[in-house]
Design a binder for this molecule. Structure first.
Ligand SMILES: Nc1ncnc2c1ncn2[C@@H]1O[C@H](COP(=O)(O)OP(=O)(O)OP(=O)(O)O)[C@@H](O)[C@H]1O
Ligand SMILES: Nc1nc2c(c(=O)[nH]1)N=C(CO)CN2
Length: 730
């Protein structure tokens, strides 16, 4: 008989639990919502997984899928103003699960409305269960008793704090009262000697403000321990059950206490006649977690637990065992089955059985990814998975480069330079090979219903092959945005640069942090049209990109395309912002100068008349070199698969995979392609649909001409200009 006396705590971690929430202080945060991500470290105490590991029954384990669901429900649930409040609610809910002794909750809000470029903002809190707090309180009190008389309160005793500072806000639920240094408790009499097993690190534990040195998967950098001895006040906290009074006025909030030796934590844990299923307080009657009674009797002193006492029928079949993680190393002498030290692959989330963190199929090809239910993490297909570490398909680098499509757009600041810089960055990024750069499209802003008007965008699409994982590509996109100084004052608001992952191989994902294919791509002509120009045969969701581009509600919001925009400066002086329809410029004698355009902007909101994206050093007015509206041909009217279609020149609209850098000048592709002229629509009132018979669509800007005395920047009569090589449209 051996004794399980490891003082390291068993832990379960859920990272990257993402969902849309409506938390925040600003009104648009409440109305629009944004993605919140939670990382949860669940501390089960020194032997929290031991029983489950023996019985292999979910009944004896913490069902992390239930925890994940509860966390996501809180993220999606009642909005609160502060991340602190959300984190506190999550910690309370998680601590109510059986066997959870302590929890560390980190809430990330990567799209928080900051006025500076940033990667993420997060709040981390650590909380103990009442049971654990009372045990530790008792243990530390017992120790303190040696030097100072203390009346240790039971968890349900009157509010603590004979010695606590009355000015302190109430302690959070189950916050741990800690003696500040140097009041380090010693091991209670009779506590088992610490006997670390399996070289497990000592339980770093809540007393040091950490449940574990968890690597932050977002940054790859281990989180720094919480500041100790911080005097920062806790946010307002809900009233809490009383906790033990340690006397000496040294009670402090968890995380605010002075450092405590890890050893003393172990000692405190060791003081607990620990049962994975029984409340550590030793009084089941006071334990709110009824399930803890289950399995009572396993005192952790020996592998005396009779697995046979459990109804085998109630346990997870052994065959299924591989679908439930049994990651916790067991203590010496524990009857672990061989191979139990691996993390088995859970059942697919789509099955509804398990919504564990993203799990992949090992090094399986991305083509194995299957449709998943919205809200579920990406999972691999349900085929039996090879044993091995869990893999997040989104984080898995492909074994060979895979195609990726990145959408770029912006309508604030110097967009053309920003887009060019983004392309250069992509071209110089290791693991990325840019294969085509789509034409630059000036597009009417697609805005949410009821949202304020915006200047036109410039959009383009980059085709590449990459050996990066999908998440790394997303990170790269965020870097491109940051490089352009992206400011997020409102979702879907004007921006210097937006970079989206449109497709990544044939990977499908419903993970809110990275949905693949991009959820709105199939209905955005501002993505589809440039994309179809770079790859006439491209498909998304099994549909022709070119055909979708034609049907997209914002189709008429495409003002013009510039083909060799990377190299040529022959772009309109104000490629975003106020739009001047090409037909107003067809006659070169009517050339509109910058001054005139400025005057046209006088009734538009300030941000619209602010300097728009301009070419650096662009002195000439290039509009005279664009194709007038009457000559615009609708190349997209052609079926790209039609044998009659004259193959467009390289780099031209309709050309497959425009080479990079662009090929030598070629004639306009539109003249010889039996094109249809994009029919100008007249008489449509502002805000009305721009195409005959096409109803305005929710969430889409109503394209079409608007009165010239209206906001001219928003006027559109279809795809008006094509700016060819060197500014030659024909
Ligand atoms: N395919 C994807 N590409 C980029 N971001 C994605 C994708 N799927 C999900 N996201 C998530 O969407 C969130 C919002 O992204 P972003 O701020 O770029 O939105 P937006 O530009 O306002 O809207 P849109 O995505 O419609 O262009 C981010 O947290 C990001 O993680
Ligand atoms: N034309 C256009 N409209 C948009 C765009 C964009 O890139 N182009 N991006 C948006 C949010 O990302 C919202 N609306």
């Amino acid at each position: 008989m051996s004794t399980v006396t490891s003082f390291s705590s068993d832990r379960i971690r859920l990272t990257g639990l993402s969902a849309r929430g409506y938390h925040g202080v600003l009104p648009f945060e409440r109305s629009e919502g944004q993605i919140f991500t939670a990382d949860i470290a669940l501390d089960l105490g020194p032997r929290g997984t031991a029983v489950a590991a023996v019985t292999d029954s979910l009944n004896d384990a913490l069902d992390y899928s239930a925890v994940a669901n509860a966390v996501v429900a809180l993220i999606e649930g009642e909005p609160v103003a502060l991340l602190e409040t959300l984190a506190e609610r999550i910690s309370e809910t998680v601590l109510a699960f059986p066997r959870v002794m302590a929890v560390e909750v980190t809430i990330h809000k990567p799209n928080a409305p900051l006025e500076v470029a940033f990667d993420d903002v997060s709040v981390t809190i650590t909380r103990l269960s009442e049971a654990a707090a009372s045990v530790l309180s008792s243990a530390t009190s017992a120790s303190a008793a040696a030097s100072a008389p203390v009346v240790a309160s039971a968890p349900s005793a009157a509010p603590c704090a004979a010695a606590a500072d009355a000015s302190e806000p109430p302690l959070p639920r189950a916050s741990l009262p800690l003696p500040s240094a140097p009041s380090v408790p010693s091991a209670p009499a009779g506590a088992p000697a610490a006997e670390p097993i399996n070289d497990a690190p000592p339980y770093p534990g809540a007393l040091t403000g950490r449940l574990d040195a968890v690597d932050d998967s977002r940054t790859g950098v281990p989180e720094a321990p919480l500041a100790q001895g911080s005097s920062a006040p806790e946010p307002a906290q809900p009233p809490v059950p009383p906790v033990g009074d340690l006397g000496e006025g040294t009670v402090d909030h968890f995380g605010q206490a002075g450092p405590l030796r890890a050893g003393s934590v172990d000692e405190a844990w060791a003081a607990v006649p620990f049962s994975t299923a029984e409340p550590v307080g030793g009084d089941p009657g006071e334990d709110s977690h009824e399930n803890r009674a289950e399995g009572a009797g396993f005192d952790g002193v020996a592998p005396a637990y009779d697995a046979g006492a459990h109804d085998p029928g109630a346990t997870t079949p052994i065959d299924d065992a591989a679908s439930h993680a049994t990651p916790a190393p067991l203590g010496m002498g524990s009857p672990a089955r061989p191979g139990d030290d691996r993390i088995a692959s859970p059942a697919p989330a789509a099955s509804g059985e398990d919504t564990d963190s993203p799990i992949g199929a090992g090094s399986s090809a991305v083509s194995q990814y299957q449709d998943v239910e919205p809200g579920h993490a990406v999972v691999a297909e349900a085929a039996p998975l090879p044993a091995g570490p869990a893999v997040d398909p989104l984080a898995e680098a492909p074994t060979a480069p895979v195609p990726v499509v990145i959408g770029l757009g912006g309508n604030l600041g110097e967009v053309v330079p920003s887009l060019r810089r983004a392309v250069r960055t992509l071209q110089s990024t290791e693991g990325v090979e840019v294969t085509a750069i789509a034409p630059l499209a000036r597009t009417a802003a697609v805005i949410e219903p009821g949202a304020g008007e915006q200047p036109d965008y410039l959009n383009t699409v980059i085709l590449a092959r990459t050996s990066l994982s999908a998440k790394d590509v997303l990170a790269l996109c965020r870097r491109l945005e940051a490089d352009a100084g992206r400011v997020r004052l409102e979702p879907k608001g004007p921006r210097t640069l937006d970079a989206d992952v449109i497709t990544y191989s044939d990977l499908r994902s419903a993970d809110p942090e990275l949905i693949l294919p991009h959820p709105r791509a199939t209905s955005r002509s501002f993505v589809l049209l440039p994309w179809s120009q770079a790859d006439a045969f491209a498909e998304i969701d099994g549909q022709s990109v070119a055909a979708l581009a034609e049907q997209a509600p914002d189709r008429d919001g495409i003002r013009w395309l510039a083909l060799d925009w990377i190299d040529s400066d022959a772009l309109p002086k104000l490629p975003t912002g106020q739009y001047v329809p090409a037909d107003a410029l067809a006659d070169s004698s009517q050339k509109v100068g910058a001054g005139e355009r400025a005057s046209q902007s006088q009734d538009v909101p300030d941000f619209l008349s602010a300097p728009s994206a301009a070419l650096v050093g662009d002195e000439e007015e290039p509009f005279s070199e664009t194709v007038p509206a009457s000559m615009i041909k609708d190349a997209l009217a052609q079926d790209p698969s039609s044998a009659d279609a004259a193959p467009p020149g390289p780099g031209m609209p309709g050309a497959p995979s425009a080479p990079v850098p662009p090929a030598p000048p070629a004639p306009s592709p539109f003249v010889d392609q039996a094109p249809q002229v994009a029919e100008p629509i007249s008489g449509a009132a502002p805000g009305q649909p721009g195409r005959p018979g096409q109803a305005p669509q929710d969430g889409r800007r109503a394209a079409g001409p608007q009165r010239s005395d209206d906001h001219t920047w928003s006027a559109s009569s279809g795809w008006e200009d094509v700016i060819g090589r060197g500014g030659q449209g024909n």
